[in-house]
Write a protein that binds this ligand. Structure first.
Ligand SMILES: NC(=O)c1ccc[n+]([C@@H]2O[C@H](COP(=O)([O-])OP(=O)(O)OC[C@H]3O[C@@H](n4cnc5c(N)ncnc54)[C@H](OP(=O)(O)O)[C@@H]3O)[C@@H](O)[C@H]2O)c1
Length: 217
């Protein structure tokens, strides 16, 4: 059983290369197979962490997809990984979180509430009494609308991964890897008791409910 700090970062299939780099820096990284869409895979990984490390200090839900194909296909893929995958990981690892642990969900500027055109939907997302069950219903409703409705963009916006919180930018982000890692790392190490905060890339807190997006993108 390790007494060292334990951090999990999902969606690092370039992990084997990262492991070598981190080892050269004197860290002790490990790599484990994980499919956040597969409950059995998440459960198996959770058991592995529980048995070998006993607890978790940092969980970074980084795994994400933009989705390909039609609006409906993108909605299905992005909600499946970005929302339900993150939820599955969070629920599985909640019992293993140690005192002062941090959970960081890697989002996007397109994950800001103002990107949803429908005021009625924005109100539902912003409802302080929103439960996980009702949020999951909303996500399923989005996938249904994206697949079946004539003009889902009118209410939900033009980018399915906005609803799922993701912008992969065709894998061409505007930040370097080092720049993109700054805010997730800052949030992961933060001990100010942040909870449910939307952290901008310069590490400032942004009002997720507000009408204004931080500029520039
Ligand atoms: N790039 C951008 O412009 C940008 C901007 C804002 C936010 N972000 C966020 O940054 C995070 C990382 O994105 P990235 O730009 O680094 O893209 P990336 O290189 O494609 O990384 C995404 C990772 O998620 C993994 N993944 C996908 N589905 C998975 C699943 N079901 N289970 C486990 N892992 C899965 C991918 O593995 P496979 O390749 O094996 O599928 C990949 O390693 C995402 O959450 C994204 O929303 C990116």
């Amino acid at each position: 059983m390790s007494s060292e700090k334990v951090a999990i970062v999902t969606g690092a299939n370039k992990g084997e290369t990262a492991i070598e780099s981190l080892q050269e820096l004197g860290y002790n990284p490990a790599y484990h197979q994980l499919d956040v869409e597969d409950q059995a895979s998440v459960d198996e990984f959770q058991k592995y962490i529980a048995k070998n490390y006993g607890g978790v200090d940092v969980l970074v839900n980084n795994a994400g997809v933009k989705g390909k194909g039609s609006f409906g296909m993108q909605a299905t893929a992005s909600v499946g990984v970005n929302y339900f995958g993150t939820l599955r990981m969070s629920e599985a690892f909640l019992p293993l979180l140690r005192h002062n642990a941090n959970v960081v969900n890697v989002s996007s500027s397109l994950g800001h509430l103002a990107k949803i055109p429908s005021e009625e939907l924005r109100k539902k997302f912003a409802d302080p009494d929103l439960t996980i069950s009702r949020l999951s219903d909303l996500m399923n409703e989005f996938v249904r609308a994206a697949t079946e409705d004539h003009n889902p963009e009118k209410n939900w916006g033009t980018l399915p991964y906005t609803v799922s919180k993701v912008d992969l930018n065709d894998y061409r982000g505007i930040l370097t890897v080092e720049e993109g890692a700054v805010a997730p790392l800052y949030a992961a190490l933060n001990q100010d008791g942040w909870k449910g905060q939307f952290v901008w890339r310069d590490c400032t807190l942004v009002d997720w409910f507000g009408p204004e997006l931080p500029a520039p993108y």
